[in-house]
Design a protein around this ligand. Structure first.
Ligand code: NDP
Ligand code: ZN
Length: 384
């Protein structure tokens, strides 16, 4: 009899515990795609509970990055669906875990491509969480298993809220232009970081290849660091904008005449190109010891190949890749951007225009970052 009572007590406690855990999951609503050919549809789901070191954000805006397009369309391989993309988020803190120190309810915070990492490997210790060395240790904001939460697939910022470890949220002053803040967390940091680690300084000649969401941020940072900037793009309509943002020259790479006479010119070139191209074209324009930093990530079938014989013949010029940036550097970039008024050029859209924005991004008619106004999740789309 006594054993049976203990058994019932255990069953009761376990059931109660499960119910409690489920209750504390956070209901969320957003927009998702259900296959790589599919369009965006309203989607409800739940997020993991707010842990002791987590914050809950009511999201205000989320940028649309070309990476979202690659992920949604399966450009890099099989992806999990339904997928809620979005890694350029800004919102208001509405709940904090009891060990949270950096944020209070009412603060504003921005979240980028990562929501967690192992915290103890060499790279995490150096504040370069984007290069976390523990397998499965770095958790991207969407479409990956969250090893800290039972391997559930992460959902990004095309949604009304976000739960994130406070360590992976960046502080945003309350008077910042919120609609322009999200893209800093990807387009901003991905271009700021390489310009910093290549030590771009006054008088350096810098090239920026691909003048879209990332490229137009790169130009603004490089100009702020005092560099003389040349932009390379395929799209003639961007010439005036590049010059207006401080570039001294625009080269349309589809026009061979414009590409002549640039050998040995640049100390740093940053390539944000999301399509097939020949990296040697840019290596050829570097000074000796110059650096080509590649951040663009074309679809697997379009990944450029590097001609290593040409690299040897061209002499000592460096080629490396780079991913976003660490959290400390993201905070530095946020503060720098706000101080110097460096922001993305954005077009704010309602949620029901995400498919249209993706088409523009695909066709080269986006200028320069679409940002989703997440208040529109509560509105009814106009009848077509
Ligand atoms: P955008 O589409 O906004 O910008 C890309 C730009 O490159 C467009 O202006 C495009 O022109 C131009 N372009 C296309 N082909 C060429 C070419 N052959 N030569 C020169 N310019 C070209 O994309 P994003 O800036 O949002 O992203 C760029 C890439 O960076 C993507 O592959 C993305 O996945 C990657 N990325 C990488 C990150 C990292 O951590 N390394 C982080 C974030 C993004 P047009 O529009 O006319 O085609
Ligand atoms: Zn991005």
């Amino acid at each position: 009899m006594r054993n049976r009572n203990i058994l019932w007590l255990l069953v009761f406690l376990l059931a109660g515990g499960t119910l409690w855990a489920e209750e504390t999951r956070i209901p969320a609503k957003g927009y998702a795609v259900f296959s790589k050919e599919g369009s965006f549809q309203p989607y409800t789901f739940t997020r993991h509970a707010v842990g002791e070191e987590d914050i809950l954000l009511d999201l205000l805006y989320c940028g649309i990055c070309h990476t979202d397009l690659h992920f949604v369309r399966g450009d890099w391989g099989e992806e999990p669906y339904p997928m809620v993309p979005g890694h350029e988020m800004v919102g208001k803190v509405v709940r904090v875990g009891k060990k949270v120190k950096k944020f209070q309810v009412g603060d504003y915070a921005a979240v980028g491509c990562m929501v967690n990492s192992c915290g103890h490997c060499g790279m995490c210790q150096r504040g370069e969480e984007q290069y976390c060395e523990t397998p499965g240790g770095r958790i991207l904001s969407y479409a990956v298993p969250d090893t800290f939460h039972g391997n559930e697939i992460t959902c990004g910022g095309y949604a009304n809220n976000m739960v994130v470890s406070e360590k992976f949220a960046v502080k945003v002053p309350q008077d910042a232009p919120m609609e322009k803040i999200g893209p800093l967390m990807c387009a901003g940091i991905t271009t700021y970081s390489p310009l910093k680690f290549t030590r771009v300084k006054k008088g350096d000649k810098v090239g920026v290849a691909g003048f879209g969401g990332l490229g137009h941020m790169a130009v603004q940072y490089a100009v702020a660091f005092g560099a003389e900037v040349t932009v390379f793009d395929v799209n003639e309509s961007k010439r005036q904008d590049a010059l207006a943002m401080g570039a001294t020259k625009f080269v349309n790479v589809r026009n061979p005449e414009e590409c002549q006479g640039l050998e040995h010119t640049f100390r740093v070139i940053l390539s944000t190109i999301p399509a097939k191209y020949d990296p040697i074209f840019y290596v050829n324009m570097l000074q000796t010891d110059g650096e080509l930093v590649i951040v663009g990530l074309p679809a697997t079938e379009n990944t450029p190949m590097l001609n290593t014989a040409a690299l040897v013949i061209l002499g000592r010029r460096h080629v490396c890749g780079s991913q976003i940036g660490g959290i400390a550097e993201s905070q530095e970039m946020m503060d720098f951007s706000i101080k110097h008024g460096i922001y993305p050029h954005v077009e704010v859209i309602p949620v029901w225009k995400i498919d249209e924005a993706f088409e523009h991004l695909q066709n080269g008619t986006a200028k320069y970052r679409y940002v989703i106004d997440l208040k529109t999740l509560d509105q009814t789309p106009p009848k077509k």
